[in-house]
Design a protein around this ligand. Structure first.
Ligand code: GDP
Length: 365
């Protein structure tokens, strides 16, 4: 499953956020899914209003949303790349995630220590960035050494990769993240096998206090401005409130609680959806009387590959797919009515699945 890693300096509210994630994972796990997830991994449903609409139209026995996983990556401190704190182990954990959720402290509280003094979200962000950049510099240099030994063999690929890696090295030296280089096509091959930490997509959580929940504050404003320059997104939320929401038992209690703060939905929902987008994921649906179910695929996947997430055999034996666009399904209300109105398309191997498609696969076994 795809994973987003929660990182940040100590005392910024990471564990509080992860508690919210794992509370909601536990709440969901009780119904229909067997969850074997490690203590630092929480699997959460991706909130999607379209599921409710399809459920009402189809009246299935059950509804199964799609999920993503959050990993709590504690222990990242200044000097981690040099082995400070829990050091390298945690950097290794970051290497395994697909995206990074960087939690940044935007609340004042004199009882909660910030080692570097006054609250400063930009400085906090830079401390973490620097650690990750130093680690990447290490990985890049190692690969350069490896390739330099091969350059005599005269492989043009080695030469072009060396050129890209030299640019990466310079970029890191300047204190910048690799994701900002926007490597493309063949250039990406140079870094593909070294899993650079600063190449992973990132989004920021501005952990603000209650008073700033709806408006943000000067700290989150500074963060939003900085993130805009990077083309990154900031979710302004209060992690303590989120953890409290997920501790409540019923949906009614939850709604009452967050609406008292003027929220229309939990911040966690916004975070989950944004992480899903950040990972470049889209959803298609299967809709039958047994179940309405959401399936996760990457943007750009063709029908056979999309079918493989249901069952690997579906890809090999793929014949064709019956496809109804979500908005057509909602407009005509039943599969039969969609068919009558020419809204049920028969698509082949080359069809690129669109977000919201309601799919039915035909395949050979
Ligand atoms: P971590 O070290 O990043 O995992 O941080 P924690 O989640 O353990 O939070 C550190 C401390 O800050 C805890 O005492 C939390 O209760 C507190 N905390 C977390 N979020 C907020 C917040 O939004 N406002 C305030 N005042 N305290 C918070």
């Amino acid at each position: 499953a795809l994973q987003a890693g929660i990182v940040g300096l100590p005392n910024v509210g990471k564990s509080t956020l992860f508690n919210a994630v794992s509370n909601s994972a536990k709440a969901q796990a009780s119904n229909y899914r067997f969850c074997t997830i490690e203590p630092n991994v929480g699997q959460v449903d991706v909130p999607d209003d379209r599921m409710k609409v399809l459920e009402e139209l189809v009246q299935p026995q059950r509804t199964v949303p799609t999920t993503i996983e959050f990993v709590d990556i504690a222990g990242l401190v200044k000097g981690a790349s040099q082995g400070e704190g829990l050091g390298n182990k945690f950097l290794a954990n970051i290497r395994e995630v697909d995206a990074i959720v960087h939690v940044i402290r935007c609340f004042e509280d004199e009882n909660i220590l910030r080692e570097e003094g006054d609250i400063n979200p930009i400085a906090d962000k830079e401390i973490i960035d620097t650690e990750l950049q130093l680690k990447d510099l290490d990985s890049v240099e190692k690969k350069i050494h490896r390739l330099e030994k091969m350059v005599k063999a005269g492989d043009p690929k080695v030469k072009s990769q060396l050129e890209v890696l030299a640019r990466c090295k310079q970029h890191l030296f300047e204190g910048k993240n690799i994701r900002g280089m926007e490597l493309e096509g063949e250039e990406k091959e140079a870094t593909a096998d070294i899993f650079l930490l600063t190449e992973k997509p990132v989004l920021y959580v501005a952990n603000v206090d209650e008073a700033a929940l709806l408006t943000g504050n000067k700290y989150s404003d500074a963060l939003v401005k900085m993130a805009a320059e990077e083309g990154a997104q900031v979710i302004v939320m209060n992690n303590s409130i989120e953890a409290q929401i997920t501790e409540l038992d019923t949906i009614e209690d939850k709604e009452m609680f967050f609406s008292e703060y003027g929220l229309t939905e939990p911040g966690l929902n916004r975070l989950i959806r944004s992480a899903y987008k950040l990972l470049n994921l889209i959803t298609y649906f299967t809709a039958g009387v047994l179940e309405v179910r959401a399936w996760t695929i990457h943007t750009g996947w063709k029908a056979p590959q999309a079918a493989s997430v249901i069952h690997t055999d579906f890809e090999k034996g793929f014949i064709k797919a019956e496809v109804i666009a979500y908005k057509d399904y909602v407009q005509y209300k039943t599969e039969a009515a969609c068919r009558e109105n020419g809204k049920l398309r028969i698509e082949g191997k080359e069809y690129v699945v669109q977000d919201g498609d309601v799919m039915h696969f035909r395949f050979n076994v």
